[in-house]
Write a protein that binds this ligand. Structure first.
Ligand SMILES: Cc1cc2nc3c(=O)[nH]c(=O)nc-3n(C[C@H](O)[C@H](O)[C@H](O)COP(=O)(O)O)c2cc1C
Length: 344
């Protein structure tokens, strides 16, 4: 077993067997087209095989062993405890961090669904764990002078801070969605004035344009992109409306900004702004694998990690072993990329 527990390659396979296998497989391994991954230079002479060293990324007052984040998903739903337990266990094993899904049910009744969200004992004291609320709940709490309830929620979960998800497009499409009275940036600024809670601010799959990013970059928060290109909650809400019939709202699902675009906006704004208060970035939304993750983390001109939601969920629902293998491959792939790939 190596440092990350991956099985060593079988070394004693008879050489002649292997050569025979190569001949047979080579006949079936011709690429059908010329297109290669244009994001990277592959430099076989300039790196070595990874030695499994931790990468260590600062995340507020804690550290991740590898630049991988489990983006917010579930709680208050059937099966949520099992999923959150698996995710927390994996974060503990591999030194990652995670966001909880919306903890709104706990804000309304702290005893309800607490079991789904109370995973500090599983993730352990060292790994970042963040509670999660929507901007509409924050707006209400700030306006009614009940910020202490948010602080109580973070305390109840022994979380390191709070993720505020900002999803006005989804809320507007959702038949039972909340309506915002104040632009989210003002609500976030007010919240920061009233509390010391560490904040992550994110979209949920539509991303943000340069104006929103620029405002956030000047605040002492971690920004999670929640970019366009993966799970799309506007699409999800459109499908829920009218029994999935065709809707005039469909075009709204195509609005937003990809992670690629957002990295460019961020880098451009950083040049213009100079020093920024922003504590780091989680590049998420449509991140398929470690190559996407490596590409964006390297391109972004600030402390960055990459986040995945649906891919983690897929494996966490199956079993812990499935999630464990998936994350191991993410880490191995990321480390290999760090040795052999440079940005074009
Ligand atoms: C089942 C599911 C539930 C989610 N629930 C939340 C949530 O409660 N709060 C939140 O901030 N984001 C939520 N998200 C959004 C993700 O955190 C992420 O921003 C989005 O799915 C894009 O990432 P992906 O393309 O890797 O899935 C959810 C995503 C999924 C798949």
């Amino acid at each position: 077993m190596n440092a990350l527990g991956k099985e060593e390659r079988v070394k004693d396979k008879d050489i002649s067997d292997r050569k025979k296998e190569h001949i047979e497989l080579a006949m079936r391994s011709q690429l059908a087209h010329w297109s290669n991954d244009k994001r990277f230079y592959y430099e076989p002479l300039l790196g070595k095989h990874p030695d499994k060293q931790d990468v260590n990324v600062r995340f507020f007052d804690k550290e991740l062993r590898f630049p991988i984040w489990v983006s917010s998903m579930t709680g208050g739903a059937k099966g949520a405890r099992h999923i959150n337990e698996n995710l927390a266990r994996a974060c503990s094993e591999f030194g990652l961090g995670m966001g909880l899904g919306s903890c709104r049910p706990l804000l309304e009744d702290p005893s309800k669904y607490l079991e789904d969200f109370a995973i500090r004992s599983i993730i352990g004291p060292k790994q970042p764990l963040f509670a999660n609320l929507g901007i509409a709940q924050i707006e209400k709490s700030v306006k009614s002078g009940e910020v202490s309830k948010i602080e109580d929620l973070v305390g109840l979960l022994d979380a390191d801070g709070l993720i505020v998800h900002v999803n006005p497009l989804q809320e507007w499409i959702q038949p039972e969605g909340d309506r915002l009275v104040t632009p989210p940036i003002q609500t976030i600024q007010s919240l920061l004035e009233k509390t010391d809670i560490q904040l992550i601010v994110k979209e949920v799959g539509q991303g943000m344009g340069p104006g929103s990013l620029k405002e956030l970059m000047q605040l002492p928060v971690i920004i999670e992109f929640g970019a366009y290109g993966g799970t799309n909650f506007s699409q999800l809400e459109i499908s829920r409306r009218d029994g999935g019939n065709e809707s005039e709202l469909q075009e709204l699902a195509y609005l937003g900004h990809t992670a690629d675009e957002m990295v460019t906006y961020f880098n451009n704004e950083k040049i213009r702004l100079g020093d920024i208060a922003c504590k780091g970035v989680i590049v998420s939304g449509g991140i398929k694998n470690y190559l996407d993750g490596y590409y964006f983390v390297k391109r972004l001109s600030h402390t960055a990690v990459y986040g995945q939601a649906s891919a983690m969920l897929h494996h966490a629902r199956i079993s812990y072993e499935s999630l464990q293998n998936f994350i191991r491959e993410q880490i191995d792939g990321y480390l290999l990329a760090s040795e052999l790939l440079t940005l074009r």
